[in-house]
Design a protein around this ligand. Structure first.
Ligand code: SF4
Length: 494
C-alpha cells in the first residue's frame, strides 16, 4: 500500500549524479533543493547592471514617484552565476536572453558549465623559492598539481586538471575539486610543495600576498640583479666603490657590468662565486631559498670569493642589496682585503628604500582555465562545432560571470579568466567530481540563428523572472561582454 503521508522525493536532472532530493533538503552539491516539491536553484541568478544609478529611497534625491526599481536605467547582462545547468546536453541552456544593444539585436546564451577538464593557474609574486619545477603540490596530503616554469618575478603553479580530478584516487579527486573551488571563490588554501627533504608551505588566496613558510610576502622584486644594476647606478656612484645585487636568477656586479663600464666605475678585484654569464652578471650564486633575493643565504658575504689583491685596496667600499631592497649591508675592506661590516651610509640606505619603493606589492593571482566541451556547446546550438568556429571568427564573445575570458588559440573553446574579475562566489561543484563555472556566449541574433541556435528558447532580458536575483555593478576591469567592439563585424566592418 502506498504511504500517502510520506512526501515524494524529486529527482534533480542538472548533472549526471541525478540526486533524489526530499522536501526541504538540498542535493549533493548544495546548488539545488526540493522546495515543496519544486526543484529550485539555491544561489541567486547574478545580473550585471551597467551604467547604473542607485536611487536613494529616502532623504536627498529620493523620488516621490519611485517605482520600486532601485537601479534606474543601464543595461542588464544575465550572467551564468546561479543560472543552473541543463542535462543531458541536447537541452537548450537555462537562459537564452536577447536584448537590443545600440540598435543591434543581441543574444546571450547562459549556462553553468560542468567542467571536468579544468583547473587553475596560480601566479605568486615572489622571489622566494617555493619549489623546483615539476615539484608536486599537495593539499591534505593529496597531489593536486605541480610547480610550472617561473615567470619574471613570479612563481607559477598548475593545479587541478582531469589528471587529478578523475585520473587519481577518489580522495585525490575530492580534495582537488575542493581546493579548486575554494581558490576560485577567493578563499585561502594551504598547500605543501615538494617532498619532505625540501618542502615549503604556501598559503594562496586570490588578490592577497602569499604566505610562505609562515612569512607573509611583501614585495615583488623590481627586476633581476642585472636589471637593478642598470636602473639605479646614479644612486650609488660617488658613495661606494662597488655594488652587488644578490639574486637567485642573475646577481649583478656594478664594477663589471656594462652599466659600470659606461659610467667609468673602475675594477675592484671582486670575486663572485657562481657561473658567470656575461660581464657583471652571474647565475647560480647560491641555492634557491627564502633568503636574500630568493637564494638560501642569510649572509651575503657567502657568495664572495677573496678579492684580487692586485686590484682591490684597503678601505674599498662595498654595498650589497637584494632585488627587493628589503635586505642590504655595507662593508669596507680591511688591510687583509677582507670585507668588514660598517654602518650603512645614508645615501646607500636611501637607494635600498628606492628599490623597495619601485617594487610592486606581492599578490597571488588565480586564473580559472577550462574547456567548453562538445556537450556544453550543445546547449547553445544543435551544431556545436559551429559555435567553436563562431568564437574563432570573433562573431561570438565568451565571458565567464560577465568577465571577458581569454580564448586559447587552436581547437575547442579553452578559456582562461581571472577569478577576481568575476562576481564573488561564481563557482560551484558537483561530486562527479567537477567544477561548476559560469560561461556565457554573446552574439548577434542573426548569427545565432545561422549557427543553428535554440532560437525558439530565446526570451527578452526583461522577461527573465528568476525567483531571486543578485545585481552587481559592472566591473570596469572585467570588460563589457555587450561592447560591440568585441565583435569582428563592428571592429572590422566588411
Ligand atoms: S549533484 Fe547537484 S546538480 Fe547534480 S543532481 Fe545532485 S543536486 Fe543536481
Amino acid at each position: 500500500m502506498k504511504d500517502v503521508g510520506k512526501p515524494e522525493k524529486i529527482r534533480c536532472d542538472a548533472c549526471p549524479v541525478m540526486c533524489y532530493i526530499a522536501d526541504g533538503n538540498s542535493g549533493a552539491c548544495d546548488r539545488y533543493a526540493n522546495h515543496k516539491g519544486t526543484l529550485v536553484r539555491l544561489d541567486p541568478l547574478t545580473i550585471i547592471q551597467s551604467g547604473q544609478d542607485l536611487v536613494p529611497f529616502m532623504g536627498e534625491g529620493a523620488q516621490a514617484d519611485w517605482d520600486g526599481d532601485i537601479i534606474k536605467g543601464g543595461r542588464q547582462f544575465v550572467t551564468a552565476v546561479g543560472a543552473g545547468t541543463t542535462y543531458p546536453d541536447y537541452k537548450p541552456a537555462p537562459f537564452i536572453a536577447s536584448q537590443e544593444v545600440d540598435g543591434v539585436d543581441m543574444v546571450t546564451v547562459v549556462t553553468e558549465g560542468i567542467f571536468s577538464y579544468c583547473g587553475v593557474k596560480v601566479k605568486i609574486d615572489t622571489d622566494r623559492h617555493i619549489g623546483h619545477e615539476r615539484d608536486v603540490v599537495r593539499v591534505d596530503g593529496e597531489p593536486i598539481g605541480h610547480v610550472m616554469t617561473s615567470e619574471y618575478g613570479s612563481k607559477m603553479l598548475s593545479l587541478g586538471g582531469v589528471e587529478h580530478l578523475t585520473g587519481g584516487s577518489k580522495k585525490e579527486g575530492r580534495v582537488t575539486c575542493d581546493a579548486l573551488l575554494r581558490l576560485c571563490n577567493r578563499e585561502a588554501v594551504t598547500m605543501t610543495i615538494g617532498e619532505a627533504d625540501h618542502s615549503t608551505e604556501v598559503v594562496v588566496e586570490a588578490g592577497k600576498p602569499p604566505i610562505i613558510n609562515g612569512v607573509t610576502e611583501n614585495l615583488m622584486r623590481v627586476g633581476c640583479g642585472s636589471a637593478t644594476i642598470g636602473m639605479f647606478p646614479k644612486q650609488w656612484i660617488g658613495h661606494v666603490d662597488d655594488v652587488v645585487v644578490v639574486d637567485d636568477h642573475i646577481t649583478g656586479v656594478l664594477s663589471e657590468h656594462e652599466t659600470g663600464k659606461q659610467l667609468d666605475v673602475p675594477p675592484t678585484g671582486i670575486k663572485i662565486k657562481g657561473r658567470r654569464s656575461t660581464p657583471g652578471r652571474y647565475f647560480q650564486v647560491a641555492e634557491p631559498g627564502t633568503g636574500w633575493g630568493g637564494t638560501d643565504i642569510e649572509d651575503p658575504l657567502a657568495i664572495l670569493g677573496p678579492f684580487n689583491s692586485k686590484v682591490a685596496w684597503e678601505g674599498l667600499r662595498l654595498f650589497m642589496v637584494s632585488t627587493t631592497g628589503e635586505q642590504f649591508a655595507y662593508y669596507e675592506l680591511n688591510a687583509d682585503l677582507v670585507p668588514e661590516p660598517r654602518d650603512v651610509p645614508k645615501p646607500l640606505a636611501l637607494s635600498a628604500h628606492l628599490i623597495a619603493e619601485n617594487c610592486e606589492p606581492s599578490v597571488c593571482s588565480v586564473l580559472f582555465m577550462g574547456g567548453a566541451g562538445g556537450s556544453l556547446r550543445a546547449g547553445v546550438t544543435e551544431n556545436p562545432v559551429r559555435l567553436t568556429k563562431s568564437v574563432k571568427d570573433a562573431l561570438t564573445h565568451v565571458s565567464c560571470g560577465g568577465a571577458n575570458a581569454y580564448v586559447w588559440p587552436g581547437g575547442g573553446i579553452t578559456v582562461m579568466v581571472d577569478v577576481l574579475d568575476m562576481p564573488t562566489n561564481s563557482f560551484g561543484y558537483v561530486p562527479t567530481p567537477a567544477l561548476v563555472a559560469p560561461i556565457e556566449f554573446t552574439l548577434r541574433v542573426s548569427d545565432y540563428a545561422a549557427l543553428g541556435g535554440h532560437v525558439n528558447s530565446m526570451r527578452r532580458v526583461s522577461d527573465i523572472n528568476a525567483t531571486e536575483t543578485r545585481r552587481v555593478p559592472q566591473n570596469p576591469k572585467a570588460g563589457d561582454p555587450m561592447d560591440l567592439g568585441n565583435y569582428r563585424w563592428k571592429a572590422q566592418p566588411e
